[in-house]
Design a protein around this ligand. Structure first.
Ligand SMILES: Cc1cc2nc3c(=O)[nH]c(=O)nc-3n(C[C@H](O)[C@H](O)[C@H](O)COP(=O)(O)OP(=O)(O)OC[C@H]3O[C@@H](n4cnc5c(N)ncnc54)[C@H](O)[C@@H]3O)c2cc1C
Length: 395
């Protein structure tokens, strides 16, 4: 089959790997002008995540890039310790920079990557999907996969407007890079005032650089996601007057070339496919932070490619007979409960990062300082990522 995947982050390249291995011709279109660098670390936890990475032959390479987990230290305004979390809480069994993971998956996949373009229109016919591209030109594909994240273009074009599928969870998060300030190392320092959190930690690979991660509680905001200036202004206003070293971190925002700023949200799409178009990863069932989106995306890519192989969709003809529909239905049946459970992990993220009141900040610290309670928290996060039975697909 000739398959188009939209999005070259994690889900897209993971699927490209498996489809390429099954002999399909794969094109990946990515809206960013080049592979996206920088950014946060993501983690894998539990046997299911690791066994898929092993089957892909990338586990050893990723282990060599393992950042070893990121310890957290919650601090008071004077920098003294309030509470903390060990590195393996956020780091799981394997923690790697998202951009490095994406690079490894891309390098292992036999696919053509096209940057700086996006799908402008999708028209399904009985034998394929005609795709018009924003930069011009059109082509017919057997299948189209939306692996283009929380704000998926494929979902908007083929399923409906974003408001229908994305639920705002009452919190916004932001991150940007800066030269590493004095006194900052790989242990992330986090400071809270009611409803707000500022944090900073040095890069794992390059200790001269650091990344911030900020969170604040608020309902939906009307900020243009392409207007960096407007986003910087919202953040500067929201964090004005906050103690600790917040002012210094916010000042660096104006010099930082990039900025990540989004609402903590959850994606629920009633059916993950329409005809020859299917959603994968955050586009179909994401949860901004804490929802194990990366492990889910990698597991789901294997299941989607595997079900296509089981349905015998190779070499065009079977695909024309509708084998893809059976495969998409089986992919969804197999994974729906698993992703629901993973998404649950993202539900309390806002309350954990930016408790609404001083009392709740103290309560959170008390939980983290109790060995028994923090152990329960760790066990819970581990539980959410296991429990999907994956067959040995003929890939
Ligand atoms: C701050 C933060 C921290 C996180 N921490 C973790 C963590 O510790 N562990 C974890 O498991 N997960 C974490 N996640 C979630 C994780 O990043 C995602 O769940 C995971 O990357 C899913 O990947 P994806 O490929 O589905 O989507 P994304 O990574 O969002 O990628 C979508 C890709 O599609 C591209 N794109 C967007 N629109 C279009 C378009 N119209 N056309 C073409 N391309 C397009 C984007 O540029 C991007 O490259 C975190 C997320 C955030 C925001």
């Amino acid at each position: 089959m000739d398959v188009l995947i939209s999005g070259a982050s994690v889900a897209g390249p993971a699927l490209a790997y498996w489809l390429g291995r099954a002999g399909h011709q794969v094109t990946v279109v990515e809206i960013a002008p080049a592979p996206r660098t920088g950014g946060y670390s993501v983690d894998f936890r539990g046997g299911t995540h690791l066994s898929v990475l092993r089957m892909m032959g990338v586990l050893d390479e990723l282990r060599a890039l393992d950042t070893g987990g990121t310890p957290y230290r919650f601090v008071a305004a004077d920098g003294s310790r309030r509470s903390g979390l060990p590195g393996d809480f956020a780091g799981g069994d394997l923690e790697v920079a998202r951009s490095e993971l994406s690079r490894v998956l891309r390098e292992h996949s036999a696919a053509e990557y096209v940057y700086g373009d996006a799908i402008a229109a999708l028209t399904e016919t009985s034998t394929g999907v005609r795709v018009d591209f924003e930069r011009g030109g059109s082509r017919v594909f057997d299948l189209v996969v939306g692996a283009d994240g929380m704000h998926s273009g494929v979902r908007r074009l083929a399923f409906g407007p974003e408001e229908r599928f994305v639920t705002h969870l009452g919190c916004h998060v932001a991150g940007w890079e800066l030269p590493c300030p004095a006194g900052v190392d790989r242990t992330v320092q986090l400071y809270n005032e009611p409803g707000r959190m500022a944090s900073v930690g040095a890069h794992h690979g390059d200790p001269s650089r650091a990344s911030t991660f900020f969170a604040f509680r608020a309902g939906p905001l009307d900020v243009d996601r392409r207007d960096l200036g407007a986003q910087r202004k919202v953040l500067a206003d929201r964090f004005a007057g906050m103690g600790w070293r917040t002012g210094e971190l916010v000042d660096a925002l104006w010099d930082s070339p990039g900025l990540y700023f989004d609402a903590v949200s959850r994606v629920d799409v009633p059916s993950w496919s329409r005809g020859r178009i299917v959603l994968l990863g955050d586009a179909g069932y994401g949860a901004t932070v804490g929802g194990m989106g990366t492990g889910t995306a990698v597991v789901a890519a294997y299941a989607l490619a595997g079900e296509l192989a089981l349905a015998g969709t190779g070499h065009g003809a079977a695909s024309a007979r509708g084998g893809h529909e059976a495969a998409f239905a089986a992919y969804e049946r197999r994974l729906r409960r698993f992703v629901k459970r993973c998404q649950r992990g993202g539900r309390g993220t806002g309350a954990f990062l930016a408790p609404a009141t001083a009392f709740r900040i103290r309560m959170r610290d008390r939980v983290l300082n109790s060995r028994r309670l923090s152990g329960m928290l760790m066990a819970e996060s581990q539980k959410n990522s296991t429990g999907v039975a994956l067959p040995d697909y003929p890939l």
